[in-house]
Design a protein around this ligand. Structure first.
Ligand SMILES: [Zn+2]
Length: 248
């Protein structure tokens, strides 16, 4: 089992995963440079245009999305469809489909099974992590014929254990899900939920062997990222997109 720590790099204003790109996929995370990609703060038209520009810039027609609800439903997408189906993970075995997960602290989890070409993406905030959406996505790929041990996974930029404190109620729900090992007490008394180690453990428990953690925190990792927790004093924040696709 290998857990590779951050190999992510910034290129053309985008954060990229060289590990995933080694397997002939286009994979990464947007920054403020490309503008907001989702959520309810910026205008929907503007975000549509930003997603379209991103897709075209990467050599795709559009971005395939799901309507994220902090659950663990996995959707199989052969192409982008409207209206977006409800779910927090999606996968495809088609080329030319760019999967996009909106996140501004929640964890984007990007997967590729190099032997079949199947790719997947999941959205795991504290709720999705509690509900094990990453495992639901791996099971969907395995159900389609992938071997878990052949899947390569990357945990993208998201709020890190440096910043992600939870209240007692959330901590109790996390503990009840069997993931209390990923809760830690800080010296100041606050409880931290480590979304990165929790999702690594979920992937590892299903047999995924090659896992990379970007270790880029959206709240403390730099001003070129939006963070819901670290939103501007005026309360506005944008939403990035974690993306993965195989060009045809
Ligand atoms: Zn941080």
């Amino acid at each position: 089992m290998s857990v590779i720590t951050s190999t992510w790099v910034e290129r053309d204003g985008l954060l990229r995963s060289p590990l995933l790109e080694r397997y002939h996929v286009t994979a990464g995370f947007t920054t403020r440079t490309q503008g907001s990609m989702g959520g309810s703060v910026f205008s929907l038209d503007e975000q549509d245009r930003n997603r379209l520009a991103l897709a075209r810039g990467l050599g795709f027609e559009t971005v395939a999305r799901v309507r994220q609800v902090h659950g663990n439903t996995v959707v199989h997408l052969d192409r982008a469809v409207e209206p977006w189906p409800e779910g927090d993970a999606m996968w495809t075995d088609r080329t030319g489909v760019l999967l996009g997960i909106a996140a501004a602290d929640c964890v984007p989890i990007l997967l590729v099974d190099p032997s079949s070409g199947r790719i997947g993406a999941a959205h795991a905030g504290w709720q999705g992590t509690r509900l094990r959406v990453a495992q639901a996505l791996v099971r969907a790929l395995v159900g389609a014929g992938s071997r878990a041990s052949g899947i390569v996974a990357s945990i993208g930029p998201s709020i890190g254990p440096c910043c992600y404190t939870v209240d007692a109620e959330r901590a109790e729900l996390v503990g009840a899900s069997g993931q209390g090992a990923h809760l830690r007490q800080r010296p100041d008394g606050a409880t931290v939920f480590d979304l990165w180690t929790a999702n690594v453990a979920q992937l590892r428990d299903l047999g995924v062997e090659s896992i990379e953690v970007s270790r880029i925190c959206t709240q403390s990792g730099g001003h070129d990222l939006w963070s819901y927790r670290g939103r501007d004093p005026d309360g506005r924040y944008g939403t990035q997109l974690g993306f993965i696709g195989r060009r045809g």
